[in-house]
Design a protein around this ligand. Structure first.
Ligand code: GTP
Ligand code: MG
Length: 444
């Protein structure tokens, strides 16, 4: 089977404090049950994470539905992605302020006013009006071009919540709008005071006061604009998914070998380490097989626990499975080395399989070079109490699973062949879903 270059996009959960509640996030990581033995590794990982930055921007331009500003339904049905790539470039607040001040100071009074006091009143009012507009207009444009959450694809909605923190997006936009309104009202107030001055000196004083007041407001509340700039940067850097390209999603417990398999299946180079949660974001790889383009996503590992206890990394994985049309490659590690017992992996597997039963599916037992004859038994596991399916799983994995090893290359050819068949089937599904949508558009 031919395998060509796969470009890789990586989006990592940003560490920026304003974007992610740092303390909550580390609590989620440290709150992993049964992982005391990895504490030092988790710690070094957490420290490393703090220095992480988003790498690689997205490069596929997906088709985005034009924003219909008149539409105001509570929950819009959006079936395209790519809105983040259309976000406006936000200027740092200090640049907006100094550019506005420069432009306003260049405004001259209306020609032909002979009276000095009148001329100064006219100049002051015009300069304050110009400063107000130069400050408010960019803010209004930003606000108009950051889409409301309800007009986004559900996947992009989840990304906003999981990366920026719930409500943060709207909060920052709200603060920018408050700043815009404040600049507008204060600018108008001082322009009017200036226009009513009775002497040249008074007009000059009103002008200076107005300028100082606007500067003070913008310096005080301009952080909202800088927060918006960071939000735009973070969102634009997220990997773009093409919904019409078949996608393989690697899922499994942490540290089971998902990223190692992504490296084998695409030429992408995700980070691989012998500790859990090495992968800290959705990573989008690309493969071309016989001129056919496919996507591969690596995801953070899932633990056996309830949704309300899951950290944002796990929630990202679930968001991908919930909102994107992917085929699943589920990775099982029965060596006892990954940190999650085979019994727990069995329960995670059963949960995900039941939850995403309509997804095309392939099971892989990883690290076959390390598998011993008898199944590994964790202290927490009770072989005698095993359900027959669980006992079989601990020995062989789910029925039909392919055994693979990155070390001795066992099963890799078969895996690639089966992935190809799976992605072809996924392609068929995408085609028929598209056909159904087109038909329903004709009928309505
Ligand atoms: N012996 C052996 N080790 C492997 C194999 N595949 C992966 N590993 C090792 O398993 C560890 C975890 O591999 P990763 O690919 O980072 O696992 P992951 O599932 O992506 O981990 P997270 O991103 O933390 O969820 C690394 O030390 C790998 O070198 C294999 O086939 N054989
Ligand atoms: Mg990984």
């Amino acid at each position: 089977m031919s395998k060509n270059l796969g470009l890789l996009q990586l989006w990592l959960l940003p560490s920026t404090k304003i974007l992610v509640g740092g303390s909550k996030f580390s609590k989620a990581i440290y709150g992993i049950p049964g992982w005391k033995k990895h504490e030092s590794l988790c710690l070094s990982r957490a420290i490393q994470t703090a220095a992480y930055e988003i790498v690689n921007g997205s490069y596929i331009t997906a088709q985005t539905k034009p924003q219909d500003k008149t539409k105001d339904k509570e929950s819009a049905e959006v079936d395209t992605v790519g809105a983040f790539q259309k976000l406006p470039m936000v200027m740092p607040s200090v640049d907006i302020l100094y550019s506005a001040l420069r432009k306003a100071k260049r405004v001259s009074p209306t020609k032909g006013i002979a009276n000095i006091a009148k001329r100064e009143r006219n100049r002051g009012a015009k300069q304050l009006d110009a400063l107000m507009k130069e400050l408010a207009v960019p803010l209004r444009e930003y606000l108009g071009n950051f889409p409301k959450r309800k007009y986004l694809h559900p996947y992009e909605r989840s990304l906003i919540e999981l990366t920026l923190g719930d409500g943060n997006y709207e909060e920052v936009l709200g603060k920018v709008d408050d700043l815009r309104k404040k600049v507008g009202s204060v600018g108008k107030e001082y322009a009017s005071l200036c226009a009513k001055s009775s002497t040249k000196k008074e007009a000059e004083e009103r002008l200076n006061e107005g300028m100082e007041k606007l500067k003070e407001i913008f310096n005080g509340k301009g952080k909202a604009v800088d927060d918006l700039l960071n939000i735009a940067k973070t969102l634009r850097a997220m990997p773009v998914v093409d919904l019409e390209t078949p996608t393989l999603c690697l899922v499994g417990a942490p540290n089971v070998g998902k990223s190692s398999l992504v490296r084998v299946l695409s030429t992408g180079k995700p980070e691989i380490c012998n500790y859990p949660f090495t992968t800290r974001g959705i990573l989008m790889g690309h493969i071309v097989l016989d001129y056919q383009h496919f996507q591969v996503t690596d995801t953070p590992g899932l633990l056996k626990r309830h949704d309300e206890d899951r950290n944002n990394l796990e929630k990202l994985t679930l968001a991908v499975l919930s909102h994107l049309p992917t085929a699943i490659l589920f990775v099982h590690d029965l060596t006892g080395e990954c940190g999650t017992s085979p019994s727990d992996q069995f329960l995670i597997y059963k949960e995900i399989k039941a939850r995403f039963s309509d997804h095309l599916w392939l099971d892989v037992v990883s690290k076959s070079d390390m598998l011993k004859e008898s199944p590994v038994l964790f202290v927490t596991e009770d072989a005698d109490a095993d359900h027959p399916e669980m006992a079989r799983y601990r020995k062989m994995g789910p029925s039909g699973a392919i055994r693979v090893s990155i070390k001795n290359e066992e099963g890799l050819h078969e895996l690639k062949d089966r992935v190809r068949v799976l992605l072809d089937a996924q392609m068929g599904r995408i085609g028929s879903d598209k056909g159904k949508k087109d038909d329903s558009k004709l009928v309505t």
